[in-house]
Design a protein around this ligand. Structure first.
Ligand SMILES: Cc1cc2nc3c(=O)[nH]c(=O)nc-3n(C[C@H](O)[C@H](O)[C@H](O)COP(=O)(O)OP(=O)(O)OC[C@H]3O[C@@H](n4cnc5c(N)ncnc54)[C@H](O)[C@@H]3O)c2cc1C
Length: 381
């Protein structure tokens, strides 16, 4: 596959027009004020972008992973904060319910999540369980009459302040580590479900991230997702796929940084000529372009694998895509800032925001180190 099929190009065009006309113009202001892009997210819902691979029978757009990554790159080109809100709803909230939910769970939750009537979040990380997700301490206690009580703290939960549905993880036997982890579908209006303090972030400042606190939150038996002790498997499978969304986010940031760098290299005059006439600048542009094209091909290929039958290969391909694209985003944002000189250090210039936004991509949904572990395991066993 060297080019996109026509139907995917149409989705790309739709996403590009919307992103550049309706998301990009307010991105800097939202970044400065840390305001959640509620209006933009509502429009994404109308476009079917919040449940892109949810089948139509559950209210989704029924599209492929390739369509999803192509659209998400365009949204993140304009604003990575809008992009992560979309990515979490698609990859981390809809997907596990679609893949592991009962028919009743799919019918109850997916139509609202896929159409944006409700927003979803994914509550895995805890103060002492990040990369080591098996160290979950949030306790799941079976209740005598059936159902569960959940007590514990989650941190860094994207969308949490606005989400009505959470795919939440808790451990029925913390001493057994990952073997005791269970996944649940929780609703924000339940007693004991509390949104904690918002995180004060370096980048993607207009995405909403906060703590989630569960205090003896009762979860009905029918809201256990995928069976007892299946939580770790569900969490890992979800992140395997979610990573490709972060690859797409990183590509959007990288491409925007590149485009701004090229424009500046052509227009900024120093020593009587555009700075782009210097070989030092040309090499930076060449390296950026090469890394973006490589990471994009890898991301598209991983997306095709994700929809195919070879799930083991899809898993490490998604990790490769995330590793390559996130490191590319940081490389490109850094070089774009360098090409802008002192202006790049000013909050009046977009590259300053891209430099901060790029930083998250090597951290969440598995750090670069964790991606390397996943990739190496595929070869070394
Ligand atoms: C803005 C933001 C949004 C987020 N959104 C969500 C969300 O919606 N839901 C959610 O559940 N979580 C979310 N997270 C959490 C995120 O996934 C974790 O921060 C991430 O997995 C890393 O965990 P940690 O911060 O505990 O770092 P740690 O696990 O403590 O890692 C610290 C460092 O040690 C390295 N390290 C750890 N283990 C190893 C190893 N075995 N080998 C080599 N190096 C290692 C890591 O790579 C890293 O460099 C979010 C985080 C941020 C910052």
């Amino acid at each position: 596959m060297f080019d996109l099929p026509e139907d995917i190009k149409e989705i790309q065009g739709l996403a590009r027009d919307f992103a550049r006309n309706e998301i990009l113009p307010g991105a800097a202001a939202r970044d400065h004020s840390h305001s959640f892009p509620a209006e933009q997210v509502a429009k994404l819902a109308e476009m079917g972008f919040l449940g892109m691979f949810v089948p139509e029978q559950y209210g989704g757009a029924g599209l492929s992973t390739l369509a999803y990554v192509v659209a998400l790159e365009e949204i993140c080109y304009a604003d990575a904060s809008v992009g992560v809100t979309m990515s979490v709803n698609n990859s981390l909230a809809c997907w596990p319910i679609l893949a592991f939910g009962t028919e009743a769970q799919k019918q109850k939750y997916l139509p609202d999540l896929a159409t944006g009537r409700k927003l979803g979040c994914y509550a895995l990380t805890e103060p002492d369980a990040g990369s080591d997700a098996g160290a979950q301490r949030t306790k799941a206690t079976p209740l005598p009459g059936g159902g569960w009580s959940l007590t514990g703290n989650k941190i860094w939960i994207t969308n949490a302040p606005y989400a009505q549905v959470a795919v939440a993880y808790a451990n029925l036997a913390p001493e057994e580590r990952h073997r005791g982890v269970c996944a649940f579908i929780a609703e924000s209006h339940w007693p004991g479900y509390k949104v904690g303090k918002p995180e004060d972030k370096l980048g993607i400042t207009s995405s909403a991230t906060s703590e989630l606190i569960f205090e003896d939150m009762h979860v009905p038996a029918e809201n256990l997702l995928g069976g007892e002790r299946q939580g770790f498997k569900i969490a890992m499978a979800t992140l395997d796929g979610g990573r490709i969304g972060i690859a797409a986010q990183a590509l959007g940031i990288a491409q925007r940084a590149f485009d701004l760098a090229v424009a500046h290299a052509k227009s900024r005059i120093a020593f009587g000529k555009p700075i782009g006439a210097n070989q030092a600048i040309q090499w930076m542009i060449a390296d950026m372009a090469t890394r973006i094209e490589s990471a994009r091909l890898l991301t598209w290929r991983a997306a095709v694998y994700k929809d195919g039958d070879d799930k083991a290969r899809a898993s490490h391909m998604c990790s490769m895509a995330k590793l390559a694209a996130s490191e590319t985003a940081n490389f490109c944002a850094d070089r774009a800032l360098q090409i802008h000189g002192g202006y790049g250090f000013s909050k009046e210039y977009e590259v300053e925001r891209l430099f901060r936004d790029a930083r998250i991509t090597t951290l969440y949904e598995g750090t670069s180190e964790i991606q390397r572990i996943v990739i190496a395991r595929a070869y070394l066993g």
